[in-house]
Design a protein around this ligand. Structure first.
Ligand code: GAL
Length: 437
């Protein structure tokens, strides 16, 4: 108890003055409630959000917090609800949005967001975030969201007991993944867990297989128009993807991502490829990284980091603007990020997070983020616009049923033709050099 009180005191002393300063710009705003919109409803994502809420409540006890969540991984349901609300002139005070194309193409270009550069300037935080990350949340010289974390998409999680009992090491490349799957399945174990209701988890798997089949430069080229979607590498990736689907749980189309992770926990499946919010889920279930579950970068992608970042923005017309600015300031603060990310499975987007608060998996992600080649996730808004992603999802919805490579290639090519005129996906640089917007 005493430690918790001391923590809150410490946080109050360090965060409060800047929060008050930033919020001071919005004289007319109401200040009694705060509605935060997200899709964080399970495991570590719900716990991480709750930790930020607790911190907010401790600082602003008079504000009523409204946790507006819409269940469905990767925003598969939330994004449609948000769009309806925004179109209807009923925005939440702040909402979860992926850094990169999702933020800029869906909301900023449409004039739906307020610039929040002042939060970074007032607090002198411009040099606290990787410059490349600031670039992908910026438009015409203004910053439009607060990135609260960095997630890694290309991770394979495994049940340590199953692999140890089978005397197998986690697969390093895609050929090895295929042979490990074959051996496991001969022993009657379902090798790979997938929960692709809403289809996004299949696209998530595909992005790892694409990267593992062509390497970071060619993968990046997919989003910048430099790598052909009808070339041999994409074809190989599709063939491999189809091959992997033979080793996936038969009820995959009915499951959510977390149900698939639960299959690994329960020993119903040996492995799964999922972003590191899965780590938050394992931990929320009381499991210890390295002991109860293992991880390795997705086969064939060592040295590359498929990144995405959850961020929060300030919609124009937010009913409780002052409270929202305080929320954003908290989300951008070191204290806020260090309350959220240890539970979420992600790493702080700030460069000065307290490393001692993070577990072994997260420390490995921090190290990789510093040294690996960073490439953007398409499934989670960084690499391409929502329109492009939707066409890829449509293509994959059919592909997971018919495994028709030519048809899938044609669908992916059509998507790229329609959307690759978009500005190239920015790539997060690790440099934290100050940036003057
Ligand atoms: C991602 C999001 C993560 C996690 C995941 C599953 O799109 O960036 O924070 O919530 O969906 O819901």
């Amino acid at each position: 108890m005493r430690r918790a009180a001391a923590f809150i005191l410490l946080v109050s002393c360090s965060v409060l003055p800047v929060l008050a300063h930033s919020a001071g710009r919005a004289e007319k705003a109401r200040d009694t409630r705060l509605e935060i919109f997200s899709w964080w409803t399970v495991g570590g994502e719900a716990e991480g959000l709750a930790a930020m809420f607790d911190l907010y409540r401790s600082l602003y006890p008079s504000v009523q917090l409204i946790n507006a969540t819409v269940a469905g991984g990767a925003g598969s349901n939330a994004k449609a609800v948000l769009a309806t609300r925004m179109q209807g002139g009923n925005p939440p005070d702040s909402f979860q949005v992926h850094a990169g194309h999702e933020l800029i193409d869906s909301w900023v270009r449409a004039g739906k967001m307020e610039p929040i550069t002042f939060i970074f300037q007032d607090n002198k935080w411009l040099d606290r975030f990787p410059r490349g990350l600031v670039d992908i949340i910026s438009y015409k010289g203004e910053i439009y969201s607060v990135p609260v974390n960095i997630h890694r998409s290309n991770v394979l999680w495994y049940n340590t007991r199953i692999l140890a009992a089978a005397h197998m090491r986690p697969p390093q490349d895609l050929d090895e993944l295929m042979s490990v799957c074959e051996l496991l399945s001969r022993r009657g174990i379902t090798p790979l867990a997938l929960g692709d209701n809403g289809i996004w988890a299949a696209v998530h798997l595909l992005e790892s297989v694409l990267l593992g089949s062509m390497g970071p430069e060619r993968y990046r080229g997919l989003w910048t128009g430099e790598t052909a979607w009808d070339g041999p590498e994409v074809r190989l990736a599709l063939i491999r993807f189809a091959g992997l689907m033979r080793y996936v749980n038969t009820d995959h189309a009915a499951l959510s991502w977390d149900a698939a992770v639960q299959y690994v926990i329960d020993g119903k499946c040996a492995m799964t490829i999922m972003g590191d919010w899965a780590e938050g889920y394992f931990k929320a279930k009381g499991l210890t990284p390295g002991r109860d579950f293992g991880w390795i970068v997705s086969p064939g992608t060592r040295g590359s980091f498929i990144m995405l970042s959850d961020s929060f923005g300030l919609p124009r017309g937010a009913p409780d603007r002052a409270a929202a600015v305080r929320w954003l300031t908290l989300a951008a603060s070191r204290e806020g990020q260090d309350a959220f990310n240890p539970k979420k499975g992600s790493i702080p987007s700030r460069i000065d997070g307290d490393r001692t608060l993070y577990d072994d998996y997260q420390k490995s992600a921090m190290d990789s983020f510093r040294t690996d080649t960073i490439v953007p996730s398409v499934t989670h808004g960084a690499a391409a616009s929502e329109g492009w992603l939707a066409m890829i999802q449509d293509t994959m919805s059919i592909f997971v049923c018919d495994f028709n490579i030519d048809k899938a290639t044609a669908g992916l090519v059509a998507a790229a033709e329609k959307y690759s005129h978009e500005p190239a996906a920015a790539v997060v640089e690790r440099s934290a050099a100050p940036r003057t917007p």
